[in-house]
Every structure is written in structure tokens, then in C-alpha cells.
Design a protein around this ligand. Sequence first.
Ligand SMILES: [Fe+2]
Length: 183
Amino acid sequence: MNQEVLTLWPELEWIQDEGLRNKTAKTWELALEKSVLTANDLYRIPFTLLCGPDLKVSFMTHKRCVVHLAKKSGETMNEFFKDQLPVDMDVLISGAILADVGKLLEYELDEQDMAVRGTYGKYLRHPFSGVSLAEQCGVPPAVCHIIAAHAGEGDMIKRSTEAYIVHHADFMTFLPFTSRLQY
Ligand SMILES: [Fe+2]
């Protein structure tokens, strides 16, 4: 596995199936190859462009938080619901790691080295570019479905259990940053 990707994503080790783990890592490797962003930029740029330039939560901090929340949620659901609502942990973790991989193609850097949405990203949001990258690396449909459905686009279709988990882990850690009741 590519060392740069493994350093970004120690959570790859949680994927039990070696084939899926390698395909997940390969997708990130391909995204970094194609992106104007480097791995180091991902520790620097804010996780969303919607909170202005002062947001201190980096892309990697948010993405890793979502993966940790998704894993804990899946484990808790498996513990309580057992075979009534089985969660495939490998599919869930791979999907959570890959949900925003397409953002590496969505962004461009402006003159101040700040991330902005580029022309490609305006035409193809990251759920689409993410699926494209993942399919090139042999990632299976159950995981590509999570990438496709994790954001608002997924509201138009029926989500798998694993996609629901990633969607909510993502949004519960996004919406309070952009819009929350404060008193
Ligand atoms: Fe996203």
C-alpha cells in the first residue's frame, strides 16, 4: 500500500478484506495523482468552503472523524440489532473513507493557495467524481453506492444501511458548523 495514503488514512487497517483495503487505498492514490492538492494540503485546507476562510477544522480532521463515527455507529447497530439490521463493516468503513475522495478533483487552489471549487467541480460534484475514481480502481458497487449517496444527491434514491450511516455521520458533523442554534 502507498505509504503516503496509509499515513493519511491509518483507518484503512480496519478493513478486514485485503482486496477491498487495497482498492480503497488505490482510489486515494489515484485521486492524489490527479489532484492539484497534495497530501499536506489536506491537513491545511478547511473541510468545507461554506464556513468562510477562518474555519480551523481541516479536511482530514473532518473526514477521519466521519470514519470513526461511522465505525462506532455500525458496531453499535450490529450489537443491538444483530441479524435484524446487519451492517457490513468492511463496506461501511471503505465507503466512509472514500465518501469525499472526489473532492480532490473538485478543488483548485487560488493565488493565495486557498481551495476553491474549479470548473470540473462545478460540473461534477464529488459524489460523481468519487464514483468515477473508485470504479477505475475496482471498488465494488456497494461501496460506490455510499460515495454516490452520501450527500444531498442520495436523497433522491433509496440508501443502503451503510450509506445511511455515512450520510448521517457526515451531516451531523457538518450542519452544526454551517447552521446551528446558538444562545
Ligand atoms: Fe461529501
